[in-house]
Write a protein that binds this ligand. Structure first.
Ligand SMILES: [Zn+2]
Ligand SMILES: [Zn+2]
Length: 318
């Protein structure tokens, strides 16, 4: 079995107070992957095989499925597959103190991976790809980053807005918000010695360069530098900057003359600094005229005005 360097001698003991509830299907895949990767010693593997054979002998399919689920969850716990997740929680008292139950589920797609905390913080939900359980060290790195977001969401000073990503924000701005937030999460992980600073900063410069089209690299580096070393922006500030990158540049690098190429509107294809999610009336008209378009792709201000005018006249734009 792999062991994880917890960095804190007390982490294992304190983590025992958090109950782990894992999705049985995820547990079964993780346990089977663990066995087929050869991580079990001989005696453990023999017992694993025997128990598995017994399960296949259960004739009633409903009872067999239930027995498989119980077996998978038991082995998931016995193999300590959630240990890296618990270790990442234990490193953050703001999370470990309120958390009573850790819910572990499968993320269908990479974009579904993440952490959700209820406002009181007693239940912490983690969704990740089952393949992550095959590499405890990488799972710990992933969890440390994810828990950085989780800790911020529980901090009143951060001003997190729950359900912010459920449609009110255009998809490009939401992705940009996550990338800006990532810089501040990783800078604090670097301070704690959990992330190598130089390669992480490089990654963030490359990622933000895609958001700041046409901005020269020295300025992109200066922005990442300020996000990395400066105080953590509030959620509202990150949201404002991600909606309008001109504001990000003006406020992070005040007084500098920085040029950038704005986003293209998905409808008219003109460069625009105000691509955003339109209101429901406008979205209905646009969807009728452009079936491939979805509200999250956003619309520029000129197109929004054009459809709003049409809506007010009760017509349809083609
Ligand atoms: Zn992140
Ligand atoms: Zn447009």
């Amino acid at each position: 079995m792999h062991d994880v360097n917890l960095h804190q001698p007390s982490a294992g003991a304190a983590a025992a107070s958090i109950e782990v509830r894992v999705d049985p299907a995820l547990a079964e895949t993780a346990v089977r992957n663990h066995a087929s990767a050869g991580h079990m010693d001989h005696a453990v593997f023999a017992r694993y095989r025997d128990e598995l054979d017994d399960l296949y002998d259960v004739d009633d399919p409903v009872r067999r499925d239930a027995a498989f689920a119980r077996w998978a969850v038991t082995w998931f716990h016995e193999l300590g597959l959630a240990r890296p997740l618990l270790a990442a929680i234990e490193e953050r008292p703001a999370l470990s103190t309120p958390t009573r139950v850790l819910l572990v589920g499968d993320a269908g797609r990479a974009s579904d991976e993440g952490v959700t905390c209820e406002p009181g913080g007693a239940h912490l939900g983690v969704r990740c790809a089952v393949s992550r359980f095959g590499d405890p060290a990488r799972l710990l790195s992933w969890a440390r980053h994810a828990m950085g977001h989780a800790e911020d969401t529980l901090d009143p000073a951060f001003g997190f807005e729950p359900r912010w990503d459920e449609g009110a924000v255009a998809a490009p701005a939401a992705a940009r918000l996550h990338r800006l937030w990532d810089v501040t999460v990783d800078s604090r992980l670097a301070d704690a010695g959990h992330v190598a600073s130089a390669p992480a900063r490089r990654r963030h410069v490359d990622a933000l360069a895609g958001d700041l089209r046409g901005v020269d690299m020295a300025h992109v580096e200066a922005i990442v530098d300020r996000l990395w070393t400066g105080p953590r922006p509030t959620f509202g500030t990150l949201a404002r900057w991600s909606a309008r990158t001109t504001l990000l540049i003006e406020e992070v690098l005040p007084g500098r003359q920085v040029r950038q190429r704005p986003d293209l509107c998905p409808l008219c294809r003109f460069p625009s600094e105000d691509v955003g999610v339109p209101d429901a009336d406008v979205a209905t008209l646009v969807s009728a005229a452009h079936p491939a378009w979805s509200p999250r792709l956003g619309l520029c201000g000129r197109c929004t005005d054009r459809y709003r005018l049409t809506a007010s006249l009760g017509g349809v734009v083609r």
